[in-house]
Design a binder for this molecule. Structure first.
Ligand SMILES: *Cc1c(COP(=O)(O)O)cnc(C)c1O
Length: 377
């Protein structure tokens, strides 16, 4: 269970140091705790941290020290991991659409594990990463996920066995299957159908496949309820045991959000509280959709927030960012309930903000710089 205590170290730092806002404070102890929780609930499963969730170098170095592997999607993420001390064999190039020259770059740096989901990508891999290990991403449903990922990548499962055999014919080493059930997946049983589909591919392919990469999707603690990580471990590993009886597998997952989100507190400052629009109270923060709160798109991810006035009288408030773009409204359809005492200059702390915030921030849209990141050892 996460309580506000999770954020104590970060909020004490903010109280003592009062850094300029917006600022994201990451508590590396919480990252280490979450990594330990993952290892305890997924024994024998290799953790490939999805770097895009938060590419802060201190986080990558910590995870290298903890023995994690990495899911990377670009040459910049490869360089970042190698600079932080990751071995090239611990990297999985998990983006199904890679430029030929980026494949060659990765291969030259020693990366030997690549994903694909099309024959066109296989041809590029055969040419620029000869002999590399490849795994096929199959499409999986994202029902139950607050941030679905299903539409963009993944071939129909019935194509996978043929593509893996084709990989062998091209001189590559086909090693297995991956899928992704969508991010912030609140239903542990969301993994059951794709695991069974992967087992079918293994049976059909007639190849010595071993890798079952079950992607990301494990949740962070936002508003509402999330099943505990133990529920995911039991359901997912139970499904593997049922679908692959007696098989010797290399199991992998690619957690992003669940390792870093709860380690982060994003301190924002209120720029303006105004009631000029239909009497509604609007609170404008110094960070919005473009400064890192991109996952408020569609009001999909609803962060918990904390202020100095919590416990006092409250009322509804629309939350918006500081830019002049009308897409920069965070929560309007379902307003937040916030203390009535809040006014310009007060802080609103966005909790569990360590994932998909700084990595999503624009460079400086409308002149608003993205948050600085401070890591607490
Ligand atoms: C983004 C991504 C992840 C991480 O997903 P989370 O929901 O943050 O755990 C894992 N694998 C792939 C291929 C991704 O694109």
């Amino acid at each position: 269970m996460t309580t506000l205590q999770t954020f104590d170290r970060a909020r004490s730092y903010l109280a003592e140091q009062a850094p300029a806002t917006p600022v994201l404070v990451m508590d590396l102890k919480v990252v280490a705790e979450r990594h330990a929780e993952f290892s305890a609930n997924f024994p024998g499963v290799t953790c490939f941290y999805a770097v895009k969730a938060n590419p802060q170098p201190e986080i990558i170095s910590l995870l290298v020290r903890l023995g994690a592997s990495f899911d990377v999607a670009s040459t910049a993420e490869i360089d970042l991991c190698l600079a932080a001390g990751a071995r090239p064999e611990s990297l999985s190039y998990g983006n199904p659409a890679k430029k030929a020259r980026d494949i060659a770059y990765a291969y030259a740096r020693g990366v030997r594990l690549f994903v694909f989901d099309s024959p066109q990508e296989l041809a590029k891999l055969a040419e620029h990463a000869p002999g590399a290990q490849v795994f096929c991403r199959i499409a999986a449903a994202s029902a139950g996920a607050l941030w679905p990922l299903g539409r963009k990548f993944g071939c129909p499962p019935e194509h996978a066995a043929g593509l893996l055999r084709q990989a062998l014919g091209l001189g590559l080493e086909p090693v297995g299957i991956s899928f992704h059930v969508g991010s912030q997946q609140l239903d542990p049983s969301g993994w059951v159908v794709p695991i069974a589909a992967a087992a079918q591919v293994f049976a059909e392919a007639g190849l010595p496949l071993r890798l079952l990469n079950m992607g990301g999707g494990l949740p962070a603690r936002y508003q509402g309820e999330q099943p505990p990580m133990s529920a995911y471990g039991e359901t997912i590993l139970g499904a593997v045991a049922r679908s692959f009886p007696g098989a010797e597998l290399d199991l992998a997952m690619e957690p992003g959000r669940c390792l870093v989100a709860d380690a982060g507190v994003l301190r924002t400052e209120i720029v303006l509280v105004s009631a000029e629009r239909n009497q509604d109270r609007w609170i404008y923060l110094d960070i919005g959709r473009f400064g890192g709160l991109a996952e408020t798109e569609g009001e999909a991810i609803r962060y918990r927030v904390a202020t100095a006035f919590d416990g006092g009288p409250e009322g509804p408030a629309v939350l918006a960012g500081p830019t002049c773009d009308s897409a920069d409204i965070l929560f309007e359809r379902e307003p937040y309930t916030l203390p009535l005492a809040l006014s310009s200059g007060d802080h609103v702390d966005v909790l569990s903000a360590g994932a998909y915030t700084t990595s999503y921030a624009s460079i400086c849209f409308n002149g608003f710089t993205p948050p600085e990141v401070i890591c607490l050892d």
